[in-house]
Design a protein around this ligand. Structure first.
Ligand SMILES: Cc1cc2nc3c(=O)[nH]c(=O)nc-3n(C[C@H](O)[C@H](O)[C@H](O)COP(=O)(O)OP(=O)(O)OC[C@H]3O[C@@H](n4cnc5c(N)ncnc54)[C@H](O)[C@@H]3O)c2cc1C
Length: 436
């Protein structure tokens, strides 16, 4: 196709001289000063990348991260979001998410979590905005519970800085938390809070500055792999792309009905502290993992006065109909969720008003083993997926987005290098003793 042949040459001629405004083009042309003459080095790989037209469908945490990672590599990339970027409807809504480095879910995640931290710090610099609030995070539980042991093993085996805290130490240091007599703690100093809406918006903005196009309020209604390309149906019109990456979370079965995922709704409530100083120093983001007791998760919000509360069983029945999940997710807490959150928050946190001042439910896609599906679909050539983040994917999204971009560029083989995430894997039973 002539356009595809001319596109890189056109961009090279018109964009390369202005590297600040067109950083994607700048990677194409490097002028090396030598004593005798200027040497122009063409990167043929970069030229090849620029000819590939990629669509990212669904701009939640993973879609935005993937869009940005592809734009950083110089791909010609367009993102499509059925609502607005940074919406409060998808799984990435709800103001904040917990980040931790010590990860009971498995050692394979640690390098991704470390990389994700680097990537959002880079984004903070680029967009001149704070996206991560450090201060550490805490896991509490009975020392013999499998999840607590997994977290401690992760810290030890990977030599990650951590503190093991007795109940007395916990009470002294974090008096806001109500800890059972047989519970102890593991403090992860690298943990903290991520601002969800801000992170998505900053990622999309940075991607746009690198040349990506973002189409908001644009729903994709169909995906068909045909003749080495992928056709998307957009507002009744068909557009062709060389590759399509689907990151549509709980809505994914609407486009790809055979995916081995289910959609669930998770509920969270917001609360206010009684005094000021209800902040992340006195009250770090905390996850309670004692087997046989309610799993709960608290997160102070950066305003220092509000906090968020989540209970492990505060999720509604698995809903296989994505439309239903999507529609109901916009609703507020149901009476059942309200009762559960209300009951557990009083047991978990001291010094807070019991009243639920806000909250809602958000739809999330789960896989059977709670590890995401990342890779190309054998049944749909050139259709890639990043789906099934299973209640723990926000903190991983920048690294998973980068992984997807590397795989699309042929730099990484997911089935060989990351079999944990391969869509072709045989699903294992979840290792965790509680379900996120
Ligand atoms: C209540 C709750 C608490 C959580 N706590 C944590 C935590 O503390 N730490 C953590 O790391 N993770 C946490 N998670 C998990 C994490 O938030 C999710 O795994 C992550 O946000 C999922 O991102 P996503 O991009 O896969 O999905 P989504 O954010 O749902 O994004 C999918 C996007 O695709 C769009 N879309 C769908 N279909 C189409 C279409 N046909 N055309 C165009 N656009 C479409 C949707 O509108 C949506 O914006 C939590 C999740 C929930 C729900």
């Amino acid at each position: 196709m002539p356009y595809r042949l001319f596109r890189p040459v056109f961009r090279l001629i018109f964009c390369a001289p202005d590297a600040e405004r067109f950083p994607r083009a700048a990677c194409l042309l490097r002028v090396r000063e030598s004593r005798r003459h200027a040497q122009i080095v063409f990167s043929f790989k970069a030229v090849a990348i620029m000819t590939i037209k990629i669509a990212v469908v669904g701009l939640g945490a993973l879609g935005c991260a993937t869009l940005l990672a592809l734009a950083r590599k110089g791909f010609h990339v367009e993102g499509f979001e059925q609502y607005r970027v940074g919406n409060n409807i998808g799984a990435s809504g709800g103001r904040s998410r917990q980040h931790r480095l010590i990860y009971g879910e498995g050692a394979a995640y640690t390098t991704l979590l470390q990389r994700a931290s680097q990537l959002w710090h880079q984004l903070e610099q680029e967009q001149q905005t704070q996206l991560f609030w450090g201060g550490g995070c805490l896991t509490i539980g009975t020392p013999d519970s499998p999840w607590f042991t997994a977290v401690e093993n992760s810290a030890k085996q990977q030599n990650l800085p951590h503190e093991r805290l007795s109940r007395a130490a916990l009470n002294q240091r974090f008096p806001r938390l109500n800890i059972d007599e047989d519970e102890e703690g593991i403090f992860d100093p690298a943990g903290g809070i991520l601002l969800t809406h801000e992170l998505l918006l900053a990622s999309a903005e940075q991607a746009k500055q690198l040349g990506a196009k973002v189409h908001e309020q644009t729903q994709i209604d169909g995906i068909v792999a045909r003749d080495g390309a992928v056709e998307l149906t957009i507002n009744g019109q068909v557009s062709s792309f060389d590759r399509v990456i689907v990151t549509t979370g709980a809505w994914s079965k609407r486009l790809l009905p055979d995916l081995p995922i289910s959609s669930r709704r998770l509920g969270m409530s917001f609360h206010v502290g009684k005094e000021s100083g209800f902040d992340s120093v006195a009250f770090p983001p905390t996850m309670r993992v004692s087997a046989g007791r309610a799993m709960w998760n608290t997160q102070p919000l950066p305003d220092g006065k509000n906090f968020k509360f989540f209970v492990g069983d505060a999720e509604l029945n698995e809903l296989h109909d994505p439309e239903l999940v999507a529609t109901e997710a916009t609703g507020s807490l149901t009476p059942v969720l309200n009762e559960r959150l209300d009951r557990h928050v009083a047991d978990a946190v001291n010094g807070a008003h019991r009243t639920i001042v806000g909250g809602g439910t958000w739809p999330e896609a789960y896989t059977h083993d709670q590890a995401p599906l990342i890779g190309e679909l054998k049944t749909h050539p050139h259709v890639w997926i990043g789906i099934g983040l299973s209640g723990h994917g926000f903190k991983l999204a920048p690294a998973l987005g980068e992984l997807l971009s590397e795989a699309v560029a042929g730099e990484v083989n997911i089935a060989r290098d990351w079999p944990l995430f391969s869509p072709e894997r045989h699903f294992a039973e979840p290792q965790a003793v509680y379900s996120r």
